[in-house]
Design a protein around this ligand. Structure first.
Ligand code: NAI
Length: 698
């Protein structure tokens, strides 16, 4: 019979073996009750003369997924005993302790297992120390024990790389002592019983770590400086090296010191924030997910338009195994689209990521068509035709007439009003925006745009579908540019103003890439195509407040037929076949001319000013978006910017970044900009309210 040792750990006896069961769903995270329960279980077993060995095993789907993330930043995370105390207690046990691992043992979960005398794993289990992915290193002895058990080379691969190994690999490298078939518990108990007669049981900390085959210097110089976890990787290398040099106890102290530094630093805080933000983003507040998800609802997808986006979306669907009907107006466009899809697959194959058979299998899922009647039996249509309201409405009238009842009609529009598109149909509840990002087969972000009348069930099915095709869906409301593109307006506005005030395109872009952006705003405009924004500006010109400053630089560049990379020139010029932006005196001339006309006296601009104005423009608009209820939560904006706009993950996204600057500080800077410039800088009401309340978070 099981005895409860704490709310999350149970104890049972099988013959002469004590079985300590972690029972803290969903992944047996090492919360305070688990740590206390394991400690109590070992104590109970040691005090019972009838017990000769101990097995530690997890209930549910896994042994242990590591720290209990729900307790992060709460007092429970620091409650005694800490993991290191539990491990020290186990290591001192004269009775053998065996970790019985199924599912996975990750992070603190593997460290707990490393604190046992023996480890056995069920076939299929995964063992790893993935902390670097959150900008951390293992902090419970993992960097000191793993090298002592499997050698520094293999330990480094696991700790710096953050990738888990399978049970079979674990056996091969000596991380586990045996791989057992199910039932795991019986195998582990038998394994433990066979060790009872041994005079001593192995304690990893007493071994020496071999540095054989490791070039720590080369490992350090191999880190990609732009990797989001570059800092943590470096620390991981330092700690593994320390394991080969320092006595065990000193190594543990060193590991803890480095861990504490990382935990307190902005980079890991940002990465952890994003980890939660990305988990949270697909959840719909206040609506329970459709039980069936999209599995029963979406089996076949129709895509209209085989251009840049339609082709990429078709690939994303086919990659996830969905049959797709890809429809175009004319044969030539269809052929072009299909040829591009094949070429893209071949590029992936050339990198060794896809086999020839994979390509054929995926292409076979894409049925080309010139007749929209082929959409009659699809469950979801995604339209990716030209960005023009009249064209979109005509298409939706046709889709409404063609598609079966219950089919979801989605538009990939990047700016048009979904409600106006929905209104043209007799089923506005089935109309939704699915805003993919280019290249759609690569980019993770998907803005799911709910219209006024979109049914919650339709939203829920689309959020689920998005995840099935490997995207991170963020639910957004209808507004000009939705979330990501709407925020770019102010970001580009400041870049344009800074050009007139004295900065060069190169200075603006390099200041922002040094900040961490994957690309500067002007190089990005050239990549995206400047004509699209030009058209939007012309469309919005009649409603533009006349008293606010307006930079004509972008318009003047477009007037010369320079739309960016696709025309070989935009803010920069491009040599044929090259994507490298080169400075262009023509643009410098346009900038000077615009500044002159606007009566602006050019001055020296600092990189700090560039970063501050471009970032605060994002933050202020983001705050407004939150206030309008366009997003479900502030962190959704961070997910959008990191996954769709090249914002540095190490800064957590624009809203998290604002929090690290301090909201009061941000408001003060925005007010100063408003005083110096104009009402473009009117602080978002939400920001003012939060600061007045003394809040530190959005
Ligand atoms: P594109 O010009 O590359 O492709 C549009 C395709 O639609 C063309 O192949 C055209 O022949 C076809 N088409 C036009 N009318 C049609 C009709 N009635 N029936 C069937 N096919 C038709 O355009 P792109 O860039 O793929 O954009 C498509 C949509 O995606 C637009 O609404 C755009 O705003 C949106 N979008 C574009 C992004 C980008 O980075 N290019 C990013 C996100 C959204």
């Amino acid at each position: 019979m099981d005895i409860s040792l704490s709310s999350a750990v149970r104890y049972a006896v099988q013959d002469n073996v004590a079985v300590i069961k972690l029972d803290n769903p969903p992944v047996n995270g090492l919360g305070d009750t688990v740590r206390a329960g394991v400690y109590a279980g070992v104590e109970k077993a040691l005090n019972d003369a009838g017990i000769q060995a101990i097995v530690l095993i997890g209930e549910g789907k896994a042994f242990c997924g590591g720290a209990d993330i729900r307790q992060f930043n709460t007092p429970a995370a620091l409650a005694q005993p800490m993991l290191k105390d539990v491990i020290a207690y186990m290591e001192n046990s004269a009775k053998p302790i065996v970790a019985a691992i199924h599912g996975f043992a990750l992070g603190g979960g593997l460290e707990l297992a490393l604190g046992c005398h023996y480890r056995v794993a069920q076939k299929g289990a995964l063992l790893g120390l993935p902390e670097v992915n959150l900008g951390l290193i293992p902090g419970g002895g993992g960097t000191q024990r793993l090298p002592r058990l499997v050698g520094a080379a293999k330990a480094l691969a696991m700790i710096q790389g953050g990738k888990p190994v399978s049970a079979d690999e674990a056996l091969q490298i000596g991380l586990v002592d045996a791989v057992v078939e199910a039932p795991l518990l019986d195998g582990a108990v038998a394994f433990a019983q066979a060790r009872i007669s041994q005079a001593e049981h192995p304690v990893i900390g007493r071994r020496k770590a071999s540095a054989e085959g490791v070039d720590f210097k080369a490992a350090r110089s191999g880190i990609r400086p732009k990797a989001r976890n570059a800092l943590a990787q470096g620390v991981a290398i330092d700690c593994v090296e320390a394991a080969t040099r320092l006595p065990f106890a000193e190594g543990l102290v060193e590991e803890r010191r480095r861990f504490d530094e990382l935990v307190a630093g902005d980079i890991s805080k940002s990465l952890r924030h994003l980890f939660f933000a990305e988990k949270e983003a697909p959840r719909m507040i206040g609506a329970s997910r459709s039980k069936a998800g999209s599995e029963s609802t979406i089996k076949r997808v129709g895509i209209l338009g085989a251009g840049t986006m339609g082709g990429g979306i078709a690939m994303a669907c086919a990659n996830a195994g969905f049959p797709v009907v890809l429809c175009e107006r004319e044969q030539a466009a269809l052929d072009r689209g299909l040829a591009l899809i094949r070429k893209n697959y071949e590029i992936t194959a050339a990198k060794g990521k896809l086999s020839a058979a994979d390509i054929e299998q995926r292409l076979a899922l894409i049925s080309p068509s010139l007749d929209t009647k082929d959409f009659a039996d699809v469950d979801l249509v995604i339209e990716a035709v030209f960005e023009d309201m009249a064209v979109k409405q005509e298409v939706f009238r046709m889709l409404d007439a063609t598609c079966k009842a219950g089919a979801i009609l989605a538009t990939n529009t990047s700016r048009l009003n979904i409600d106006e598109i929905a209104a043209i149909t007799k089923r506005p509840e089935s109309v939704i925006g699915l805003h993919f990002f280019s290249p759609a087969n690569v980019m993770k972000l998907l803005e799911v745009v709910r219209g006024d009348k979109t049914a919650p069930e339709v939203i829920s099915v689309c959020m689920d579908f998005a995840q099935r095709i490997g995207k991170i869906p963020v639910l957004v409301g209808v507004c000009e540019g939705f979330v990501g593109n709407r925020m770019l307006t102010g970001y580009w506005r400041e870049a344009g103003f800074l050009l007139e005030e004295g900065a060069s395109p190169q200075q603006i872009d390099s200041a922002l890439t040094r900040f961490g952006m994957a690309m500067g705003p002007l190089a990005m405009a050239d990549l995206a195509g400047m004509d699209i924004n030009w058209a939007t500006r012309k469309r919005l010109a009649p409603t533009r407040p006349a008293h606010l400053r307006y930079s004509k630089v972008a318009d003047r560049i477009c007037e010369r037929g320079r739309f960016g990379q696709k025309t070989g020139a935009g803010y920069y010029r491009y040599e044929a076949g090259s994507r490298v932006p080169l400075p262009d005196p023509v643009v410098d001339e346009i900038i000077l001319e615009c500044a002159r006309e606007a009566g602006i006296e050019r001055r020296e601009i600092s990189d700090e000013e560039i970063v501050e104005r471009c970032m605060l423009a994002l933050v202020n608009e983001g705050a407004q978006i939150i206030d309008e209820g366009i997003v479900q939560r502030a962190s959704d904006i961070d997910v959008v910017y990191v996954n769709g706009y090249g914002f540095p993950a190490t800064r957590g996204g624009p809203m998290f970044y604002a929090q690290t600057l301090g909201l009061a500080n941000v408001l003060e800077k925005i007010r100063a900009l408003q005083a110096r410039h104009d009402d473009h800088w009117k602080p978002a009401a939400l920001l003012e309210r939060l600061v007045a309340e003394g809040a530190e978070k959005f």
